[in-house]
Design a protein around this ligand. Structure first.
Ligand SMILES: [Zn+2]
Length: 308
């Protein structure tokens, strides 16, 4: 069974200004690496559909979804927070990014793909139930999770977030949902300055000091995530795959390298194979320097699809 690769040209039409790090070229940087390394040969490509309003409302308040649509400019930009702005294509791109997570969930649960990787933007993990922030509009991965739970009827789903920033939007939406276990590592003292105290018992938050490096990152995963995942026994695993903890990415200072992303992916695959019939959906979050972003995503996908 092939792995699914989901993206859409609309994801490159959303842009927030020439100097903004969350740039359209991120999609191509990942696509190029997957192509050069031959990994796309092992994957079935799909175009991301638009998430429906009902699907978005599984994660967000109806008023918020209407609000994002209402703020869509016909030209120029609309500022959403100091770091986040909409252009005329943002709303469409955001619905594609969330729709990718929905399609990925459908393919994996129906057994049409064993795993799926969504190369989409805007990212999602800073988007809360009623808030867009930190380059994010809709919480793609949470839309997928709620689709798995509420539409497909799964009872236990895990969310793994290894982006360098705390997934505060995901925690905001999921902390009162006992059907979800969220495990994350993030750098302390950087945006969004949250996560030190978990909001619920289903949140495994590991705040890592700046320059922690590979060893501390891997120890956190082995000592905190894995025991919690083994106890929870997820039926499916979602990944907020952010690669901005890479040592060449100036958005953070955790000092990770490609091999750390391969390693953590292998740990997740092992849990998925034991409890979740191997079912994993991975959605792109951060990663802003194009070369390490492409290399890290390829290292992740290679293990995810079992081509390592
Ligand atoms: Zn990030």
């Amino acid at each position: 069974m092939l792995a699914a690769y989901i993206t859409h040209p609309d994801c490159q039409k959303h842009e927030m200004g020439v100097d903004h790090p969350e740039a359209p070229a991120r999609i191509g940087a990942i696509n190029d690496q997957l192509l050069i390394t031959g990994l796309l040969d092992y994957m079935q490509s799909y175009e991301a559909p638009l998430a429906s309003t009902a699907q978005l409302e599984q994660a967000h308040s109806p008023l918020f979804v209407r609000d994002v649509e209402a703020h869509r400019p016909s030209s120029g930009y609309v500022q959403v927070d100091p770091d986040t702005r909409m252009n005329p294509f943002t709303f469409q791109a955001a619905k594609r990014a969330a729709g990718a997570a929905v399609l990925a969930t459908d393919l994996v649960i129906k057994g049409e793909a064993r795993v799926a990787f969504c190369n989409v933007r805007p990212p999602g993990h800073h988007a809360g139930r009623a808030s867009a922030a930190g380059f994010c509009f809709f919480n793609n991965v949470v839309v997928g999770i709620r689709h798995a739970l509420n539409v497909h009827g799964l009872e236990r789903v895990a969310l793994i977030d290894f982006d360098v920033h705390h997934g505060n939007g995901s925690e905001n939406i999921l902390h009162e949902d006992p059907r979800v276990l969220m495990c994350s590592t993030f750098e302390e003292g950087v945006y969004p300055f949250s996560g030190a105290v978990p909001m619920g018992p289903n949140m495994i938050n590991v705040s890592l000091p700046s320059r922690s490096g590979s060893k501390a990152f891997r120890a956190s995963v082995s000592e905190t995530w894995i025991p919690a995942l083994e106890k929870f026994k997820p039926q499916m695993i979602f990944i907020s795959a952010g690669f901005d903890g890479h040592r060449e990415d100036d958005m953070g200072n955790l000092g990770l390298v490609e091999d750390d992303y391969a390693w953590v992916t292998a740990q997740i695959v092992k849990v998925a194979n034991t409890y979740a019939q191997g079912r994993i959906v991975s959605c792109l979050e951060g990663g802003y320097v194009l070369s390490p972003l492409g290399r890290s995503a390829a290292a992740h996908v290679k293990v995810l699809i079992g081509a390592d």
